[in-house]
Ligand binder design. Structure first.
Ligand code: RP5
Length: 163
């Protein structure tokens, strides 16, 4: 599947790269760019149009502070947009509210502050609806997660039993 990842500043990369790495684990190499809704609106518009033409199915947009980027991306595409609020100021609460409070009729699927990994997983889940191989990989990811919890619980039970 094709995914595009956009961030408002290079200062967002430290968090956003975690999502890019996770997409890579599913065999997805996204197009990644820095384009700001405020500082480079024309570049943003051109990038979204290019990605649309190339068949991008999901956009992930991360931004901090006023964080208008995901909403502006949503205004430029009919594809699903996942917004990642970043803690550039006020612990990220400003960005969370800016991203999640979209006007009716213009959704942005908003993950937690710094939630780049969940944004990647949500993109994978969207792709898995029609991609059987991605569906299989996502199923395996969830199974591994459940096994990891079972292992941790087994370790805890051993400790509690003084083993
Ligand atoms: C936002 O402002 C960016 O997404 C970033 O999170 C924040 C700070 O940007 P810089 O001043 O570090 O470039 O637009």
């Amino acid at each position: 599947m094709r995914v595009a990842v956009i961030m408002g500043s290079d200062s967002d990369w430290e968090v956003m790269q975690k999502g890019v790495a996770l997409l890579g684990e599913f065999g997805i190499l996204p197009a990644v760019t820095i384009a700001s809704a405020h500082r480079t609106p024309e570049k943003l518009r051109a990038f979204v149009a290019e990605q649309e033409a190339a068949g991008t199915e999901v956009f992930i947009a991360g931004a901090g502070a006023a964080a208008h980027l995901p909403g502006v991306v949503a205004s430029l595409t009919e594809k699903p947009v996942i917004g990642v609020p970043l803690a550039a100021s006020l612990g990220g609460l400003d960005a969370l509210l800016a991203i999640v409070q979209m006007p009716s009729g213009m959704p942005v699927a908003t993950v937690a502050i710094g939630g780049a990994k969940n944004a990647a997983l949500l993109a994978v889940q969207i792709g898995a609806v029609h991609d059987a191989e991605l569906k299989r990989k996502f199923h395996a990811y969830r199974a591994e997660q459940a096994e990891a919890v079972a292992r941790k619980d087994a370790d805890l039970q051993d400790k509690l039993a003084g083993k």
